[in-house]
Structure formats: C-alpha cells, structure tokens
Write a protein that binds this ligand. Sequence first.
Ligand SMILES: [Zn+2]
Length: 99
Amino acid sequence: MTIDLNEIIEHDMTEDCPACRTQDIVELALVPAAAAWELRNGLPRYSIALHGAAGLLGALMEEGVDRDDIEAALSKLLDDIEQRIEEDNVMGGPPQGTA
Ligand SMILES: [Zn+2]
C-alpha cells in the first residue's frame, strides 16, 4: 500500500477540504483531550502531545513510509501553523489561552 502524504496535508480548496476538517478535529478534540490526559495522569504539560504525535507518526513508519517523507510533511504542517500564529498575532493580539 502506498500512502500519499501530500494527499493528506494539501488543501484541496473545497468546502469539504480534508486538511481543514482534520485540523478542526485536532484543534477542537485532540488538543484538549491530550491536555486533559496529561493533567489526569500527573504528566508534564505537552508530554502526551509530543509522545502522541511521535507515536502516531511511528505508525506511518511501521506502514513502510520513509521517515524523511514524514519529517518533511510534519515540517510543512508546522510551517503552516507558525504562519497562522504570526497572522493571528498581527490580526488581533495573542490568541486566547496565552497570558
Ligand atoms: Zn483546507
């Protein structure tokens, strides 16, 4: 089985864009759930986030996807997030949740 990472991360510019829908789920469900698991288990902040991300991506390596391809895809997504954070800061101060 071939997994096309670009197909997963690229926006298709439709109303139904899979990349946008996935980002919404991550933001609304996964990020808060990871924070709650950390708190409930007395783990350092972002420990589940970081290990979870690595573990989820490790599953891709188990499927035979090249690590370099995974790192490149991750890097691109982080670039996008970094850009969005900068845009948010320009638009209207820091995002909610930061003091
Ligand atoms: Zn999109």
